[in-house]
Ligand binder design. Structure first.
Ligand code: PMT
Length: 406
Protein backbone atom coordinates (compact mmCIF):
# COMPACT_ATOMS: atom_id res chain seq x y z
CA UNK A 1 0.00 0.00 0.00
CA UNK A 2 2.94 2.33 0.50
CA UNK A 3 4.51 1.92 -2.92
CA UNK A 4 4.53 5.24 -4.78
CA UNK A 5 2.90 7.11 -1.88
CA UNK A 6 4.35 10.40 -0.69
CA UNK A 7 4.64 10.48 3.08
CA UNK A 8 5.75 13.53 5.00
CA UNK A 9 7.39 12.37 8.22
CA UNK A 10 7.30 15.09 10.90
CA UNK A 11 9.74 14.56 13.74
CA UNK A 12 9.39 16.62 16.89
CA UNK A 13 11.80 16.94 19.76
CA UNK A 14 11.70 14.07 22.20
CA UNK A 15 14.07 11.26 23.03
CA UNK A 16 11.98 8.92 20.85
CA UNK A 17 13.11 10.96 17.82
CA UNK A 18 15.86 8.40 17.31
CA UNK A 19 13.16 5.81 16.48
CA UNK A 20 12.08 8.00 13.55
CA UNK A 21 15.14 6.66 11.71
CA UNK A 22 13.68 3.14 11.80
CA UNK A 23 10.25 4.45 10.81
CA UNK A 24 11.76 6.36 7.88
CA UNK A 25 13.72 3.32 6.80
CA UNK A 26 10.65 1.05 6.96
CA UNK A 27 8.55 3.51 4.98
CA UNK A 28 11.14 3.90 2.22
CA UNK A 29 11.77 0.13 2.28
CA UNK A 30 8.05 -0.38 1.59
CA UNK A 31 8.30 1.86 -1.46
CA UNK A 32 7.13 5.22 -0.08
CA UNK A 33 8.68 8.51 -1.08
CA UNK A 34 9.49 10.05 2.32
CA UNK A 35 10.08 13.75 2.98
CA UNK A 36 11.24 14.54 6.48
CA UNK A 37 10.48 17.72 8.39
CA UNK A 38 12.24 18.13 11.73
CA UNK A 39 11.61 20.66 14.45
CA UNK A 40 14.75 22.39 15.73
CA UNK A 41 14.36 20.44 18.98
CA UNK A 42 14.29 17.15 17.07
CA UNK A 43 17.72 17.96 15.60
CA UNK A 44 19.10 17.88 19.16
CA UNK A 45 18.20 14.19 19.39
CA UNK A 46 19.02 12.90 15.89
CA UNK A 47 20.91 14.47 13.00
CA UNK A 48 19.18 15.62 9.81
CA UNK A 49 21.92 13.81 7.88
CA UNK A 50 20.67 10.45 9.22
CA UNK A 51 17.17 11.17 7.93
CA UNK A 52 18.44 12.60 4.65
CA UNK A 53 20.51 9.45 4.08
CA UNK A 54 17.58 7.16 4.88
CA UNK A 55 14.92 9.11 2.97
CA UNK A 56 17.18 10.11 0.09
CA UNK A 57 15.49 13.50 0.19
CA UNK A 58 16.47 16.85 1.61
CA UNK A 59 15.39 17.30 5.25
CA UNK A 60 13.37 20.44 6.01
CA UNK A 61 13.87 22.36 9.26
CA UNK A 62 13.60 26.09 8.60
CA UNK A 63 10.46 27.51 6.96
CA UNK A 64 12.53 30.26 5.35
CA UNK A 65 15.11 27.93 3.87
CA UNK A 66 13.56 28.29 0.42
CA UNK A 67 16.19 26.80 -1.86
CA UNK A 68 13.93 26.30 -4.90
CA UNK A 69 12.45 29.54 -6.29
CA UNK A 70 9.85 27.54 -8.23
CA UNK A 71 7.98 26.42 -5.10
CA UNK A 72 7.06 27.45 -1.57
CA UNK A 73 8.36 24.48 0.40
CA UNK A 74 5.70 24.06 3.08
CA UNK A 75 2.83 24.38 0.57
CA UNK A 76 4.58 22.12 -1.90
CA UNK A 77 5.09 19.39 0.74
CA UNK A 78 1.55 19.73 2.10
CA UNK A 79 0.09 19.43 -1.41
CA UNK A 80 2.32 16.50 -2.41
CA UNK A 81 1.66 14.41 0.72
CA UNK A 82 -0.69 11.44 0.58
CA UNK A 83 -0.34 11.37 4.35
CA UNK A 84 1.56 13.20 7.07
CA UNK A 85 2.91 11.14 9.95
CA UNK A 86 4.13 12.88 13.10
CA UNK A 87 6.37 10.50 15.03
CA UNK A 88 7.22 11.23 17.71
CA UNK A 89 4.60 13.88 18.38
CA UNK A 90 5.38 15.93 21.46
CA UNK A 91 2.75 17.68 23.60
CA UNK A 92 3.99 20.94 22.10
CA UNK A 93 3.53 19.87 18.46
CA UNK A 94 0.11 18.36 19.24
CA UNK A 95 -0.87 21.59 21.02
CA UNK A 96 0.25 23.75 18.10
CA UNK A 97 -1.69 21.72 15.53
CA UNK A 98 -4.82 21.65 17.70
CA UNK A 99 -4.72 25.40 18.16
CA UNK A 100 -3.72 26.47 14.66
CA UNK A 101 -0.28 27.72 15.55
CA UNK A 102 2.20 27.83 12.66
CA UNK A 103 5.59 28.99 13.89
CA UNK A 104 7.99 26.51 12.33
CA UNK A 105 8.30 24.34 9.22
CA UNK A 106 6.42 21.35 10.65
CA UNK A 107 3.48 23.25 12.15
CA UNK A 108 3.18 25.46 9.06
CA UNK A 109 3.12 22.45 6.72
CA UNK A 110 0.54 20.74 8.94
CA UNK A 111 -1.80 23.72 8.73
CA UNK A 112 -1.49 23.77 4.95
CA UNK A 113 -2.24 20.04 4.63
CA UNK A 114 -5.54 18.54 3.54
CA UNK A 115 -4.35 14.90 3.54
CA UNK A 116 -4.87 12.43 6.42
CA UNK A 117 -2.69 12.98 9.48
CA UNK A 118 -1.39 10.17 11.69
CA UNK A 119 -0.03 11.17 15.09
CA UNK A 120 2.16 8.95 17.26
CA UNK A 121 2.53 10.73 20.61
CA UNK A 122 5.47 10.15 22.95
CA UNK A 123 5.94 11.96 26.23
CA UNK A 124 6.00 11.62 30.01
CA UNK A 125 2.84 9.96 31.36
CA UNK A 126 1.74 13.04 33.34
CA UNK A 127 2.08 15.18 30.23
CA UNK A 128 0.14 12.58 28.21
CA UNK A 129 -2.67 12.61 30.76
CA UNK A 130 -2.70 16.37 31.30
CA UNK A 131 -6.22 17.70 30.57
CA UNK A 132 -4.81 20.23 28.08
CA UNK A 133 -3.04 17.51 26.08
CA UNK A 134 -6.08 15.19 26.27
CA UNK A 135 -8.27 18.07 25.08
CA UNK A 136 -5.91 18.81 22.18
CA UNK A 137 -5.79 15.16 21.13
CA UNK A 138 -9.59 14.91 21.26
CA UNK A 139 -9.87 18.03 19.12
CA UNK A 140 -7.51 16.62 16.52
CA UNK A 141 -9.28 13.27 16.47
CA UNK A 142 -12.59 15.04 15.98
CA UNK A 143 -11.02 16.71 12.96
CA UNK A 144 -10.07 13.29 11.62
CA UNK A 145 -6.49 12.67 12.78
CA UNK A 146 -5.61 9.08 13.60
CA UNK A 147 -3.63 8.44 16.79
CA UNK A 148 -1.26 5.54 17.26
CA UNK A 149 -1.39 5.21 21.02
CA UNK A 150 1.89 5.17 22.93
CA UNK A 151 2.89 1.99 24.69
CA UNK A 152 3.51 1.35 28.36
CA UNK A 153 7.07 0.77 29.48
CA UNK A 154 10.21 2.39 30.79
CA UNK A 155 10.14 6.10 29.90
CA UNK A 156 13.30 8.14 29.47
CA UNK A 157 12.30 10.22 32.51
CA UNK A 158 12.51 7.12 34.72
CA UNK A 159 8.78 6.36 35.03
CA UNK A 160 7.42 2.98 34.01
CA UNK A 161 4.13 4.10 32.49
CA UNK A 162 2.23 4.95 29.32
CA UNK A 163 3.93 7.42 27.02
CA UNK A 164 6.56 5.44 25.13
CA UNK A 165 6.39 5.89 21.35
CA UNK A 166 4.55 2.95 19.76
CA UNK A 167 6.87 0.48 18.04
CA UNK A 168 7.97 1.56 14.53
CA UNK A 169 6.30 -1.55 13.00
CA UNK A 170 2.97 -0.60 14.62
CA UNK A 171 3.24 2.98 13.36
CA UNK A 172 4.12 1.92 9.81
CA UNK A 173 1.22 -0.61 9.90
CA UNK A 174 -1.18 2.16 10.98
CA UNK A 175 -0.01 4.34 8.08
CA UNK A 176 -0.33 1.48 5.64
CA UNK A 177 -3.80 0.50 6.96
CA UNK A 178 -5.00 4.06 6.74
CA UNK A 179 -3.88 4.37 3.13
CA UNK A 180 -5.37 1.01 2.19
CA UNK A 181 -8.71 1.42 3.94
CA UNK A 182 -11.55 2.71 1.90
CA UNK A 183 -13.24 5.37 4.01
CA UNK A 184 -16.54 3.49 3.97
CA UNK A 185 -17.98 5.43 6.90
CA UNK A 186 -16.82 8.91 5.90
CA UNK A 187 -19.47 11.46 6.82
CA UNK A 188 -21.27 8.99 9.13
CA UNK A 189 -21.80 9.65 12.80
CA UNK A 190 -21.34 6.52 14.92
CA UNK A 191 -22.35 6.31 18.58
CA UNK A 192 -20.90 3.42 20.59
CA UNK A 193 -21.67 2.46 24.19
CA UNK A 194 -19.01 0.62 26.17
CA UNK A 195 -18.29 -0.72 29.63
CA UNK A 196 -20.58 -1.58 32.51
CA UNK A 197 -23.02 0.65 34.33
CA UNK A 198 -22.84 1.35 38.05
CA UNK A 199 -26.03 1.33 40.12
CA UNK A 200 -25.37 2.94 43.49
CA UNK A 201 -26.73 1.51 46.70
CA UNK A 202 -25.12 3.91 49.13
CA UNK A 203 -22.20 6.36 48.89
CA UNK A 204 -19.61 3.55 48.90
CA UNK A 205 -21.37 0.50 47.40
CA UNK A 206 -22.79 -0.26 43.99
CA UNK A 207 -23.92 -3.02 41.65
CA UNK A 208 -21.92 -3.44 38.44
CA UNK A 209 -20.60 -6.14 36.10
CA UNK A 210 -17.38 -7.39 34.53
CA UNK A 211 -17.39 -5.35 31.33
CA UNK A 212 -13.96 -3.85 30.67
CA UNK A 213 -15.03 -1.65 27.77
CA UNK A 214 -12.59 -3.43 25.42
CA UNK A 215 -15.27 -4.55 22.94
CA UNK A 216 -16.91 -1.12 22.72
CA UNK A 217 -13.55 0.65 22.43
CA UNK A 218 -12.46 -1.71 19.65
CA UNK A 219 -15.69 -0.96 17.76
CA UNK A 220 -15.15 2.78 18.16
CA UNK A 221 -11.61 2.44 16.85
CA UNK A 222 -12.73 0.31 13.88
CA UNK A 223 -15.43 2.85 13.00
CA UNK A 224 -12.93 5.68 13.17
CA UNK A 225 -10.52 3.82 10.89
CA UNK A 226 -13.30 3.63 8.33
CA UNK A 227 -13.62 7.41 8.48
CA UNK A 228 -16.62 7.79 10.83
CA UNK A 229 -17.13 10.58 13.32
CA UNK A 230 -17.28 8.54 16.54
CA UNK A 231 -18.61 9.22 20.03
CA UNK A 232 -18.30 6.74 22.90
CA UNK A 233 -20.67 6.80 25.86
CA UNK A 234 -18.91 4.69 28.48
CA UNK A 235 -19.75 3.47 31.94
CA UNK A 236 -17.20 1.89 34.27
CA UNK A 237 -14.27 0.52 32.27
CA UNK A 238 -10.93 -1.01 33.15
CA UNK A 239 -9.45 -0.73 29.63
CA UNK A 240 -7.86 2.51 28.44
CA UNK A 241 -10.13 4.34 26.00
CA UNK A 242 -8.65 4.97 22.55
CA UNK A 243 -7.08 8.41 22.62
CA UNK A 244 -8.63 11.08 20.52
CA UNK A 245 -12.16 9.72 20.25
CA UNK A 246 -14.92 11.82 21.83
CA UNK A 247 -15.71 10.14 25.17
CA UNK A 248 -18.69 10.81 27.41
CA UNK A 249 -18.50 9.22 30.86
CA UNK A 250 -21.59 8.02 32.70
CA UNK A 251 -22.29 5.89 35.76
CA UNK A 252 -25.80 4.51 35.77
CA UNK A 253 -28.14 3.05 33.16
CA UNK A 254 -30.30 6.17 33.58
CA UNK A 255 -27.37 8.49 32.79
CA UNK A 256 -26.39 6.32 29.82
CA UNK A 257 -29.96 6.54 28.55
CA UNK A 258 -29.88 10.35 28.82
CA UNK A 259 -26.52 10.75 27.04
CA UNK A 260 -27.43 8.30 24.28
CA UNK A 261 -30.85 9.87 23.69
CA UNK A 262 -29.27 13.34 23.48
CA UNK A 263 -27.15 12.12 20.55
CA UNK A 264 -29.59 9.71 18.92
CA UNK A 265 -31.14 12.00 16.35
CA UNK A 266 -27.77 13.03 14.90
CA UNK A 267 -26.42 9.46 14.81
CA UNK A 268 -26.36 7.34 11.67
CA UNK A 269 -25.27 4.22 13.52
CA UNK A 270 -25.66 3.24 17.19
CA UNK A 271 -23.84 0.24 18.60
CA UNK A 272 -24.78 -0.85 22.11
CA UNK A 273 -21.84 -2.91 23.32
CA UNK A 274 -22.23 -1.73 26.93
CA UNK A 275 -23.33 -4.15 29.61
CA UNK A 276 -26.22 -2.21 31.10
CA UNK A 277 -27.78 -3.14 34.45
CA UNK A 278 -31.27 -4.61 34.11
CA UNK A 279 -32.05 -3.75 37.75
CA UNK A 280 -31.00 -1.05 40.20
CA UNK A 281 -31.58 -0.70 43.95
CA UNK A 282 -35.09 0.57 44.58
CA UNK A 283 -33.74 2.78 47.30
CA UNK A 284 -30.45 4.66 47.15
CA UNK A 285 -29.23 5.43 50.65
CA UNK A 286 -27.69 8.83 51.37
CA UNK A 287 -25.51 7.37 54.16
CA UNK A 288 -23.48 4.15 54.34
CA UNK A 289 -25.79 1.26 55.27
CA UNK A 290 -24.95 0.00 58.75
CA UNK A 291 -24.67 -3.71 59.57
CA UNK A 292 -27.78 -5.11 61.27
CA UNK A 293 -28.87 -8.72 61.46
CA UNK A 294 -27.55 -11.71 59.50
CA UNK A 295 -29.49 -11.13 56.31
CA UNK A 296 -30.00 -7.93 54.37
CA UNK A 297 -32.80 -7.85 51.83
CA UNK A 298 -32.34 -5.51 48.90
CA UNK A 299 -35.20 -4.56 46.64
CA UNK A 300 -34.33 -3.94 43.00
CA UNK A 301 -36.36 -2.28 40.28
CA UNK A 302 -36.06 -2.53 36.50
CA UNK A 303 -33.97 0.04 34.66
CA UNK A 304 -35.13 1.43 31.34
CA UNK A 305 -34.00 -0.74 28.45
CA UNK A 306 -31.97 1.77 26.43
CA UNK A 307 -31.73 -0.41 23.32
CA UNK A 308 -35.46 -1.05 23.32
CA UNK A 309 -36.18 2.67 23.79
CA UNK A 310 -33.95 3.46 20.80
CA UNK A 311 -35.55 0.71 18.75
CA UNK A 312 -39.04 2.05 19.42
CA UNK A 313 -38.18 5.58 18.30
CA UNK A 314 -35.86 4.56 15.45
CA UNK A 315 -35.88 6.65 12.27
CA UNK A 316 -33.08 6.04 9.76
CA UNK A 317 -30.41 4.93 12.22
CA UNK A 318 -28.75 1.54 11.93
CA UNK A 319 -29.22 0.06 15.38
CA UNK A 320 -26.87 -2.69 16.54
CA UNK A 321 -27.46 -4.45 19.85
CA UNK A 322 -25.34 -6.98 21.68
CA UNK A 323 -26.57 -10.13 23.37
CA UNK A 324 -24.52 -11.67 26.15
CA UNK A 325 -25.81 -15.21 26.46
CA UNK A 326 -24.75 -18.46 28.09
CA UNK A 327 -27.21 -20.85 26.38
CA UNK A 328 -29.61 -21.02 23.39
CA UNK A 329 -27.51 -18.25 21.89
CA UNK A 330 -29.12 -18.12 18.41
CA UNK A 331 -32.65 -18.26 19.76
CA UNK A 332 -32.20 -15.65 22.48
CA UNK A 333 -30.21 -13.32 20.22
CA UNK A 334 -32.84 -13.37 17.49
CA UNK A 335 -35.54 -12.79 20.07
CA UNK A 336 -33.67 -9.69 21.33
CA UNK A 337 -33.20 -8.43 17.77
CA UNK A 338 -36.95 -8.57 17.15
CA UNK A 339 -38.12 -7.30 20.54
CA UNK A 340 -35.69 -4.37 20.51
CA UNK A 341 -36.18 -3.50 16.80
CA UNK A 342 -32.49 -3.80 15.94
CA UNK A 343 -31.00 -3.98 12.46
CA UNK A 344 -28.28 -6.27 13.73
CA UNK A 345 -27.62 -8.14 16.93
CA UNK A 346 -24.17 -9.36 17.91
CA UNK A 347 -24.26 -12.40 20.16
CA UNK A 348 -21.43 -13.64 22.29
CA UNK A 349 -21.60 -16.77 24.40
CA UNK A 350 -20.00 -15.27 27.47
CA UNK A 351 -19.46 -18.70 29.01
CA UNK A 352 -17.18 -19.81 26.13
CA UNK A 353 -13.40 -19.78 26.55
CA UNK A 354 -11.94 -16.64 24.93
CA UNK A 355 -15.32 -14.91 24.53
CA UNK A 356 -17.19 -12.14 26.28
CA UNK A 357 -16.16 -10.05 29.26
CA UNK A 358 -12.73 -8.70 29.98
CA UNK A 359 -10.41 -10.62 27.63
CA UNK A 360 -8.79 -9.34 24.45
CA UNK A 361 -10.65 -11.84 22.26
CA UNK A 362 -14.27 -12.63 21.45
CA UNK A 363 -16.35 -15.12 19.48
CA UNK A 364 -19.30 -13.31 17.92
CA UNK A 365 -22.18 -14.13 15.64
CA UNK A 366 -23.90 -11.30 13.78
CA UNK A 367 -27.60 -11.60 12.92
CA UNK A 368 -30.10 -9.52 11.03
CA UNK A 369 -33.85 -10.05 10.73
CA UNK A 370 -33.29 -12.84 8.19
CA UNK A 371 -30.98 -14.82 10.48
CA UNK A 372 -27.22 -15.30 10.69
CA UNK A 373 -25.16 -12.80 8.69
CA UNK A 374 -21.81 -14.13 9.85
CA UNK A 375 -20.52 -16.53 12.48
CA UNK A 376 -16.97 -15.49 13.34
CA UNK A 377 -14.31 -17.68 14.93
CA UNK A 378 -12.21 -16.67 17.94
CA UNK A 379 -10.71 -13.32 16.98
CA UNK A 380 -9.13 -10.39 18.75
CA UNK A 381 -11.77 -7.84 19.73
CA UNK A 382 -10.14 -5.47 17.21
CA UNK A 383 -10.60 -7.98 14.38
CA UNK A 384 -14.17 -8.80 15.39
CA UNK A 385 -14.96 -5.08 15.57
CA UNK A 386 -13.47 -4.48 12.13
CA UNK A 387 -15.63 -7.23 10.62
CA UNK A 388 -18.74 -5.87 12.34
CA UNK A 389 -18.12 -2.34 11.11
CA UNK A 390 -17.58 -3.57 7.54
CA UNK A 391 -20.97 -5.29 7.70
CA UNK A 392 -22.58 -2.10 9.01
CA UNK A 393 -20.87 -0.04 6.28
CA UNK A 394 -22.11 -2.47 3.62
CA UNK A 395 -25.68 -2.10 4.96
CA UNK A 396 -25.43 1.69 4.81
CA UNK A 397 -24.19 1.46 1.23
CA UNK A 398 -27.06 -0.87 0.34
CA UNK A 399 -29.60 1.59 1.78
CA UNK A 400 -27.98 4.38 -0.24
CA UNK A 401 -28.03 2.33 -3.46
CA UNK A 402 -31.69 1.35 -2.90
CA UNK A 403 -32.72 4.97 -2.43
CA UNK A 404 -30.92 5.94 -5.70
CA UNK A 405 -32.75 3.19 -7.58
CA UNK A 406 -36.15 4.47 -6.40
O1 PMT B 1 -16.50 -4.80 27.74
P1 PMT B 1 -15.85 -6.14 27.49
O2 PMT B 1 -15.12 -6.64 28.73
O3 PMT B 1 -14.98 -6.14 26.27
O4 PMT B 1 -17.00 -7.21 27.25
C1 PMT B 1 -17.79 -7.15 26.11
C2 PMT B 1 -19.25 -7.52 26.42
C3 PMT B 1 -19.34 -8.97 26.83
C4 PMT B 1 -19.81 -6.62 27.53
C5 PMT B 1 -20.04 -7.25 25.07
O5 PMT B 1 -19.52 -8.09 24.07
C6 PMT B 1 -21.52 -7.52 25.26
O6 PMT B 1 -22.02 -8.63 25.11
N1 PMT B 1 -22.29 -6.43 25.59
C7 PMT B 1 -23.73 -6.52 25.92
C8 PMT B 1 -23.91 -7.01 27.33
C9 PMT B 1 -25.37 -7.03 27.73
O7 PMT B 1 -25.78 -6.26 28.53
O8 PMT B 1 -26.11 -7.92 27.07
P2 PMT B 1 -27.67 -8.17 27.35
O9 PMT B 1 -27.93 -9.40 26.58
O10 PMT B 1 -27.95 -8.15 28.80
O11 PMT B 1 -28.37 -6.92 26.70
C10 PMT B 1 -28.80 -6.89 25.34
C11 PMT B 1 -28.62 -5.52 24.74
O12 PMT B 1 -29.50 -4.60 25.40
C12 PMT B 1 -27.25 -4.94 24.84
O13 PMT B 1 -26.95 -4.26 23.64
C13 PMT B 1 -27.36 -3.95 25.99
O14 PMT B 1 -26.45 -2.86 25.82
C14 PMT B 1 -28.79 -3.49 25.89
N2 PMT B 1 -29.41 -3.09 27.16
C15 PMT B 1 -29.58 -3.95 28.19
C16 PMT B 1 -30.21 -3.52 29.34
C17 PMT B 1 -30.66 -2.20 29.43
N3 PMT B 1 -31.23 -1.73 30.53
N4 PMT B 1 -30.45 -1.36 28.41
C18 PMT B 1 -29.84 -1.78 27.27
O15 PMT B 1 -29.66 -1.01 26.34
Amino acid sequence: MLRGKTIVLGISGGIAAYKAATICSKLTGAGANVHVIMTTSATKFITPLTLQTLSKNEVHIDTFDENNPQVVNHINLADAADLILIAPATANTIGKLANGIADDMLSTTLLAATCPIVIAPAMNVHMYEHPAVVHNMNLLAERGALFVDPGTGQLACGYVAKGRLAEPEEIVDAVSNWLSKPQLLAGQSVLVTAGGTIERLDPVRYLTNDSSGKMGFAIAEAARLLGADVTIVAGRTSATPPSGIRLVRVESAEQMLEEVLARYEQANVVIKAAAVADYRPLQRYGQKIKKSGDILHLELERTTDILQTLGESKQDQILVGFAAETEHVDEYALDKLKRKHCDFIVANDVSAEGAGFNGDTNIITIYNKQGIVERLPLLSKAQAAERLMNIVAARLQQIKDDSHDR
